[in-house]
Design a protein around this ligand. Structure first.
Ligand code: UDP
Length: 238
């Protein structure tokens, strides 16, 4: 087993990553494959926290566009992330993982409350901690939840899995000659107006000097390769 370049990481998965080819919900095969990646990383010795979005079920902004009260919509979005977290817990446990779901909103019958010191203890004991319900507040996203939890638990790296294999100078779907960056400073992201994550999440990373790597998780084994130090995707750093 080769040495890991990172001891503790926070992996952010979007809710959409769980849908596979479906339009909604969770594809069991897809979540099983993602869980295998996480287990592989944890078994290699990494401490892994996970944040999952809820966009495969509900997003507050989308519900508000349809006429719903925004705060209620965001609460539904946060509950959607809890649903995804429970599905991921199940998928990880089926593979033999030890897992705890910790929610930013109290929902004690289904999972633990998020308590920072307890979360760190779980990680130290080799448990995978899934942080559900984002920040617990409306008007935020799970990217912000991921940045916040990563900083709180002292993660060495925030890993943001996306459908694109990094950050490009232009939209690679529209511009075939778009160039992918291997690494970027926080200030370059701002000066070049690149979309890495939402502004609040990005500001948290920058202010706490938390490096983040944006990468495509569809390739099997990619998570472990990154943890071993392979420069896959785009690294954003101070
Ligand atoms: N959400 C929220 N506060 C948070 C995190 C999430 O209100 O701290 C709500 C918000 O409505 C958001 C939804 O939960 O749209 C699902 O999260 P997100 O859109 O980040 O999921 P993803 O796009 O990653 O699937």
């Amino acid at each position: 087993m080769s040495q890991l370049a990172y001891r503790r990481v926070l992996l952010k998965l979007s809710g959409e990553a769980l849908m596979g080819d479906e339009d909604y919900g969770i594809d069991p095969k897809v979540i099983g494959r993602l869980a295998r990646e996480v287990i592989e990383a944890q078994q290699a010795g990494a401490e892994v926290g996970v944040v999952i979005g809820g966009g495969n079920i509900f997003r507050g902004a989308g519900l508000a566009a349809g006429g719903m009260d925004r705060v209620t919509g965001d609460q539904m979005g946060m509950l959607a992330t809890v649903i995804n977290a429970l599905a991921m817990q199940d998928a990880l446990e089926k593979l033999g993982g030890k897992v705890r779901v910790m929610s930013a909103i109290k929902i004690n019958d289904v999972c633990e409350d998020y308590i920072r010191r307890r979360a760190i203890r779980h990680l130290e004991k080799g448990r995978i901690a899934i942080f559900a319900a984002g920040t617990g507040n409306p008007f935020f996203t799970t990217d912000s939840g991921a940045a916040l939890r990563a900083i709180e638990i002292g993660a060495d790296l925030l890993l943001k899995a996306t459908k694109v294999d990094g950050v490009y100078d232009r939209d690679p779907k529209k511009h075939p000659d778009a160039v992918r960056y291997d690494s970027l400073g926080y200030d370059e992201v701002i000066s070049r107006d690149l979309q890495v994550m939402d502004t609040a999440a990005f500001a948290l990373c920058r202010d706490s000097d938390l490096p983040l790597r944006i990468f495509d998780m569809s390739q099997p084994g990619v998570l472990l390769r990154i943890l071993r130090g392979e420069p896959i995707g785009t690294l954003v750093h101070g």
